[in-house]
Design a protein. Structure first.
Length: 481
């Protein structure tokens, strides 16, 4: 194949297969290329006379694997192939073509876990078979929801998979007396693992469709009983948990009102600063939800923004414009207003911030008895502020590159957009986690401010809190009267 432009992947795959390894051990009966493709009369797979045409695969494999082929041709799959059903699987659909491994090699499609999640799922999880042949869909998902499926996902090597109950090459419909899942044979099938299983053990649905049960009408007592339990428990859960929530919400509301009425006479944020914060807060939250909804369209929270990808994109871009406008205004505010210039001076990192950081660690670890005295903005607030400035710049730049990618292609290579997408995503993850872990603690979960620091609403904090958090600036304010 060298020099012809045809991939040599089939040869490389064969070299790792069970056949090639058998040849290497000296087994001259193992299959080589000519055993499957023939010698001089080689035809492409699209030719119905070819030995590797789909309808002829069982006969080709049967040259060596006679017993398996006989069983397969009697199975529902083999019968379908004989009838000319092109969608029916043959040997290579489950075992592979050139890279055939030992049946239970952990890396193969016929390994225990893969049988239930990959091999059979190719056909039996979708709706194609349902639409064309009336075969029930969702068989793999219902297996995954079962005890067997959960145990398999947790790494069990002995739990039952599809082949354990339905067979391997001898798969037959349940109406066939020879089928492993025929009602008369189920005790024996289940008894392979559950020794002593009788007729009662086999009564009930195996593929229980999840939704807590199923919406399909059924005469199975397990389905009926489970549906009755659902009807009882869902209202019970709603009433019980709803009552608990209402009870605690009333208590929380009362305590929040009391906290809100607390004397808070120190102005922490001006009206202008609060307005900027609200623009940043709302646009950031919308960007997070809409951005992750675009990245993970099937996620649970994504449905809050509807199912339309176009709508999610519009919402995301609108929020981005608001954040960029707010950021631009903030830069003008810092440069052109006295209040803004003072903000910059107070936010500039200083050597004292490093000493405060070390001092705080020493204090909270119990090494020192006195914690450092913090000015108007401490190291924590400065770090968060400059992180927001940096993050807004990075997210804005990469977002605009992605948004106007056609224009960007005029002077940058296509791979720059891939890098921009990657930076945009990971910066979003970093920013979201930083807000949850760092900022939310400072303004919500810190016991001194819980349930929330109301400064973001009216800009004020209490003298007690300000003296605790910003002792240096508090004394300066008090000295100025």
């Amino acid at each position: 194949m060298q020099g012809s432009g045809i991939s040599n992947r089939p040869f490389l795959s064969y070299r790792e297969s069970v056949h090639a390894k058998a040849i290497a051990r000296g087994n001259m009966s193992a299959a080589v290329c000519t055993d499957c493709h023939n010698s001089h009369d080689i035809e492409s797979a699209s030719n119905q006379k070819s030995s590797i045409a789909k309808v002829n695969i069982p006969n080709t494999c049967g040259k060596c694997h006679r017993t398996e082929t006989t069983e397969f041709m009697q199975s529902i799959h083999g019968q379908a192939i004989e009838r000319g059903v092109s969608r029916a699987p043959v040997c290579t659909n489950c075992h592979g073509i050139h890279d055939i491994m030992m049946p239970f090699d952990g890396t193969t499609a016929t390994a225990s876990a893969a049988v239930a999640t990959e091999s059979c799922a190719k056909c039996h999880e979708g709706v194609t078979l349902t639409q064309e042949f009336g075969v029930a869909s969702g068989r793999v998902s219902s297996y995954k929801d079962s005890y067997h499926g959960l145990a398999s996902q947790l790494g069990s090597k002995v739990v039952a998979n599809c082949a354990s109950c339905h067979g391997v090459h001898n798969i037959l419909p349940s109406a066939d007396p020879r089928s492993m899942i025929n009602a008369s044979n189920l005790p024996q099938t289940c008894g392979q693992c559950h020794v002593g299983a009788g007729v009662n053990f086999t009564r009930g649905k195996i593929h229980f469709a999840s939704e807590l049960v199923t919406n399909v009408a059924t005469h199975d007592m397990g389905a009926r009983g489970t549906r009755i339990v659902r009807w009882i428990y869902l209202p019970l859960i709603i009433l019980t948990i709803g009552g608990m929530f209402l009870h605690n919400a009333l208590i929380w509301r009362k305590k929040v009102i009391a906290k809100r009425r607390q004397v808070r006479n120190i102005v922490r944020l001006s009206v202008n600063q609060r307005a900027q914060h609200w623009l940043l807060l709302t646009s950031f939250i919308v960007l997070v939800f809409s951005g992750f909804a675009l990245q993970y369209p099937d996620a649970t929270l994504a449905w809050l923004l509807g199912s339309s990808e176009y709508l999610r994109r519009i919402i995301h871009r609108a929020a981005a414009v608001i954040m960029l406008v707010a950021g631009t205004y903030h830069l003008l505010y810092l440069a052109m207003s006295k209040e803004g210039r003072q903000w910059v001076r107070d936010m500039l990192p200083k050597l004292k911030d490093v000493r405060d950081l070390i001092g705080n660690f020493s204090y909270y670890l119990g090494v020192k008895r006195v914690k450092p005295r913090i000015a108007r903005f401490g190291y924590a607030e400065k770090a968060e502020y400059w992180a927001v400035v940096w993050g807004t710049f990075i997210m804005g730049l990469t977002g605009l590159m992605i948004w106007f990618k056609i224009s960007v292609f005029g002077f940058l290579a296509r791979w720059w957009i891939d890098i921009a997408l990657s930076v945009h995503f990971y910066e979003a993850v970093l920013a979201t986690l930083a807000i949850i872990v760092w900022h939310f603690y400072q303004v919500i979960f810190d016991p001194d401010v819980y349930p929330v620091n109301f400064a973001f609403i009216d800009g004020r904090v209490s003298e007690e809190l300000y003296r605790e958090e910003h002792e240096l600036d508090y004394e300066e304010l008090r000295n100025r009267g």
